[in-house]
Design a protein around this ligand. Structure first.
Ligand SMILES: *[C@@H]1O[C@H](CO)[C@@H](O)[C@H](O)[C@H]1NC(C)=O
Ligand SMILES: *[C@@H]1O[C@H](CO)[C@@H](O)[C@H](O)[C@H]1NC(C)=O
Length: 326
């Protein structure tokens, strides 16, 4: 006798729940979720104004999760190049690695590229993009001797302006996730009383400093190694407008005084850093142990007694040699 009304009330209950959920959905979620703006599009169209807070950033990612490397003239991977890629992969996990190179038909061949290929998660993230080495800037010829280096300084700015993302020098070892910096317009290591370090640039493509920095090349000094790379933008831009960047002090390991500790100081503490610059190409100039081990590989790194050895072994899951207690 009561069956019919009870069924009615069940249907009413179900209808009520559906309507309730609908209202909850409409009212509770934020308006922009109603129009399906893709994350990439959101980042690309993000614009910055004077009100942008360089201390707190925003509560969403505005830097795409792409790591950019530049490889001019050689596309070969050496063991330490492989280590740098693995460190970025394991400790940060980008969606993509873009390798920008002027090597025509660059092929991922050779022992260490084969190692990369074997790691399918890593290999699926790698893209190679052709990029000419610049020959001039604002009508001025780039220095003959330093063309690759000055060309790379210019190219990293142009590429971040094109795509946004995380630019890393080929010897920057990532130790921690860089996601916390992806909420800022532009993060750069700028230590106290020093010039900014351009070996790591994490920025949205519309970051206001990028066109200003490129403009400083109107006065290009081909004879000075770091004039346009770091000195002039520090004085011309950052001294006047420090709010254009999220200033990182020390944590990108940019200070040239820090890196030698990796090869010289057994007690050096590296774990608190986010990135460290390995200065591997310059070791010959300052590392007294250089001649014993000029090139690191998967064999000699197993017993290398300085922190660089421990860092690499930990990354690649190699056993640590027993500590010698003296
Ligand atoms: C920076 O320079 C000032 C003035 O010379 C000095 O007092 C300060 O200690 C320096 N800071 C660092 C971190 O070296
Ligand atoms: C933010 O910008 C101010 C200048 O407005 C500057 O003094 C400060 O160092 C900047 N903070 C960071 C973390 O970059």
């Amino acid at each position: 006798m009561f069956r019919f009304p009870r069924r009615l009330s069940y249907s009413a209950l179900i209808a009520g729940v559906i309507v309730g959920f609908f209202f909850y959905w409409v009212i509770d979620i934020q308006p922009f979720h109603l129009y399906f703006v893709s994350e990439a599009e959101f980042m690309d169209t993000y614009t910055f104004s004077d009100g942008f807070n360089n201390e707190t950033g925003v509560d969403r990612f505005i830097v795409p999760n792409i790591i950019h490397f530049i490889r001019f003239k050689s596309f070969e991977l050496k063991f330490m190049d492989y280590v740098v890629i693995m460190a970025a992969m394991r400790n940060h996990r980008p969606d993509k690695f873009y390798f920008h190179t002027d090597v025509k038909d660059a092929k991922c061949e050779g022992k260490y590229w084969e190692w990369v290929k074997k790691d399918r998660e890593l290999w699926s993230r790698i893209e190679v993009k052709y990029l000419e080495v610049p020959t001039e800037i604002f009508g001025q010829q780039l220095s003959d001797g330093w063309r690759l280096w000055h060309g790379s300084d210019i190219s990293r700015l142009r590429m971040i302006k094109k795509y946004g993302g995380i630019y890393l020098d080929n010897d920057c070892f990532v130790l921690k996730s860089l996601d916390k910096y992806r909420k800022f317009e532009c993060s750069i290591n700028w230590d106290e009383n020093q010039s900014l370090g351009n070996q790591v640039i994490i920025a949205n493509k519309n970051a206001r400093i990028l066109p200003l920095w490129l403009d400083t090349y109107k006065e290009y000094h081909s004879d000075l190694w770091y004039y346009n790379g770091g000195e002039r933008p520090t004085v011309e831009i950052l001294h006047r407008h420090p709010e254009l960047i999220h200033r990182v002090k020390g944590d990108f390991g940019a200070d040239d005084g820090i890196s030698p500790n990796l090869y010289l100081n057994k007690d050096f503490e590296w774990r608190h850093l986010d990135i460290i610059h390995l200065l591997i190409g310059q070791r010959i100039f300052w590392d007294p142990n250089y001649n014993a081990t000029p090139v690191f590989d998967e064999n000699n790194i197993r017993t290398y007694p300085y922190p660089i050895g421990e860092m690499v072994r930990e990354l690649l899951d190699m056993p640590q040699p027993p500590k010698i207690i003296s």
